[in-house]
Ligand binder design. Structure first.
Ligand SMILES: Nc1ncnc2c1ncn2[C@@H]1O[C@H](COP(=O)(O)OP(=O)(O)O)[C@@H](O)[C@H]1O
Ligand SMILES: [Mg+2]
Length: 299
């Protein structure tokens, strides 16, 4: 299995929308995809399940929070495979595809878990490696060996839970709006990731490699078929920087992206917006090509 994190410490840049569409697009191409919702706001979860399904069926026992249960007291991880849920509406859409889309839902209290584990780390710095290896260890479990790819939707911060995602990842995708403030953070995120990997490896015999990263421009405003001038200049600045962007960009389209979560079917499968669907498919191709070049985690 290959593990991809969709990460940016800024909110509202399209992480969740991208995760949902990439996951559904890869599944439509026959891949077995596991989504992980690491954001306590649960936007990814409620893009596939109704809020009632989440509250009644998933929150009590099937969430990412349960994956982290017991970590504070040093308990070993029991199999996280029981946390997986299959969203019915997408499952219907994928009937004729050999692909599969499953999700491990978010929990409202996930940000408390993050804070609590960070406090643990302050008191017991020697627990750095186990505290940051919970996702990595679990995703390597044989129960997940049948999945081709896991996509992790991160919360808009770079806390301990997001660092768990980085430690588990073979590739990082950084969605970014092409405006000055949004792009300003890319280099600082890159630096934090590099520092984290360095510290992890200094403390662990089981080394991790810094995952390669790619920027994906989202909410691009087009004039004709080109980005507007102000965005174009930001985009060229990033192209010249350290984290290369994908060639495919995602256009700004509130009318198409806004309603999709309520229907439980991402735009790429939903049949609305021809141009939007085309660019999402191109993005799935570009991600697939990139994944062909990176080695996955050994199950
Ligand atoms: N390409 C897009 N064009 C217009 N609106 C978008 C686009 N992608 C996402 N959105 C909307 O922007 C808001 C934030 O998107 P979201 O994916 O939740 O971002 P994040 O996960 O980074 O916080 C949502 O209301 C979503 O519907
Ligand atoms: Mg989100």
């Amino acid at each position: 299995m290959q593990v991809v994190s969709i990460i940016n410490h800024k909110g509202g840049v399209g992480k969740t929308t991208l995760t949902a569409n990439l996951g559904a697009g890869l599944a439509a191409r026959g891949k077995k995809v596991l989504l992980l919702d690491l954001d306590s706001q649960a936007s990814l979860t409620v893009s596939f399940f109704t809020p009632t399904e989440w509250a009644e069926q998933l929150l009590p026992a099937r969430t990412i929070k349960h994956w982290f249960d017991g970590l504070d007291t040093g308990e070993a991880l029991s199999t996280p495979a029981g946390l997986v849920a299959t969203p019915r509406r997408v499952h219907e859409k994928l009937r004729r595809s050999p692909g599969q889309l499953d999700l491990i839902p978010a929990h409202r209290d996930l940000s408390d878990v993050d804070t609590m584990l960070a406090a643990q780390l302050l008191m017991n710095p020697e627990r750095f490696v186990p505290l940051h290896s919970r996702l990595r260890a679990g995703l390597g479990h044989e129960a997940f060996a049948d999945y081709d790819v896991a996509l992790i939707d991160c919360a808009p911060n770079f806390g301990l839970v997001a660092r768990n995602a980085v430690a588990a990842s073979d590739l990082l995708l950084i969605p970014t709006k092409p405006d000055y403030l949004s792009t300003n953070g890319i280099d600082s995120l890159g630096l934090k990731i590099a520092q984290f990997v360095e510290e992890f490896n200094a403390r662990s015999d089981d080394r991790i490699t810094r995952p390669p990263a790619a920027v994906i421009f989202t909410m691009v405003q087009l004039s004709g078929d080109r980005p507007i001038e102000t965005q174009r200049s930001v985009m060229s600045r990033i192209e010249a920087g350290n984290v290369a962007p994908f060639a495919t960009t995602i256009r700004d389209s509130k009318a198409v992206y806004g309603p999709a979560p309520e229907y439980g079917v991402p735009v790429i499968l939903g049949g609305t917006g021809r141009a939007q669907t085309r660019e999402l498919r191109e993005l799935v191709s570009e991600v697939t090509e990139r994944l062909d070049g990176v080695e996955g985690m050994a199950a």
